[in-house]
Write a protein of this length. Structure first.
Lengths: 109, 172
């Protein structure tokens, strides 16, 4: 679990997970395009950390490396600290937060 | 043409590869990780028909055809929910021995985007991976999941899922 928290502790790596989750099968080049001022080498290093934590699964297809987001390590964190009872109330609390924040956003000019 | 996507779920299971394989390919018994269904086939080999039925055999939730059967490493079959009118996708289970256990990977291919099949596969993949791990490591799924299975079992199934619509001896 240390590897998962280490991987999630960096903004760029969380952003990489967002990108790969929304586009399963992305290549390293696809991911690099989303970052200004971050080299391909740096992206590759971040990907190694994410893969070591099991958050990214990659497979070679010819010369291309396809990347996939793996939700299981995050589900394991969730399972460790969440019960059916806390899930119920935490979901309600978050739904309320999202709803109110959306309303505030909509009323702004 | 419908756009499709591939989804991947991976976990390390603390068990032998044979234990994981046996749990995964157990025919004729209730599979807790597969939502309490029972697998029926015309033989565990490529080309065979596969049906996932309720324990009483009355309803069939998933139909497919076996594509690969390579014990204890790889099992792959086509996959279609009988209650959704979506094109079939493909499910592949890959087992690999690693330090500390077995790396279990569930790959769903050709998942039609924006369909009910997609949301079911995204949720179902996590469920199967997790419950299989808990089952093989501890002998049975966690309490929360046993309760969820009971809930699934009492939910009514639509008429289209009736087993007489999906016989094994009629290829898809």
């Amino acid at each position: 679990m240390d590897a998962v928290f280490l991987a999630l502790s960096h903004q760029t790596r969380r952003k990489i997970l967002d990108i790969v989750q929304s586009m399963p099968g992305s290549s390293v080049a696809d991911v690099t395009k989303y970052f200004d001022g971050i080299s391909r080498i740096a992206v590759l290093k971040h990907l190694d950390v994410l893969e070591a934590a099991g958050l990214i699964v990659s497979q070679k297809v010819g010369r291309r490396r396809e990347l996939f987001f793996n939700a299981v390590p995050i589900q394991m964190i969730y399972d460790r600290w969440t019960t059916d009872y806390s899930r119920f109330w935490a979901t309600r609390a978050l739904d309320l937060k999202y709803m109110i924040e959306q309303q505030v956003k909509n009323t702004k000019p | 043409m419908t756009q499709t996507k591939q989804l991947v779920h991976r976990v390390i299971i603390k068990a032998t590869i044979q234990q994981v394989w046996d749990a995964l390919t157990n025919e004729g018994e209730v599979l807790p990780f597969f939502f309490g269904s029972v697998m029926h086939t015309t033989g565990l080999k490529p080309g065979a028909q596969l049906r996932m039925r309720t324990p009483n055999g009355k309803y069939t939730g998933v139909v497919g055809e076996i594509l690969e059967y390579d014990p204890p490493y790889r099992f792959s079959h086509t996959f279609r929910f009988t209650n959704f009118n979506d094109p079939p996708c493909k499910v592949t289970y890959v087992l690999k021995e690693v330090d500390g256990g077995v790396e279990f990977t569930l790959i769903s291919d050709d998942v039609p985007c924006g369909t009910k099949t997609e949301s079911q596969m995204a949720q179902g993949g996590g469920f199967i991976t997790k419950v299989l791990k808990s089952m093989v490591e501890t002998g049975r799924p966690s309490l929360g999941y046993r309760l969820l299975l009971m809930l699934i079992r009492v939910m009514p199934s639509p008429a289209v899922c009736k087993t007489e619509n999906w016989p094994l001896d009629r290829p898809l």
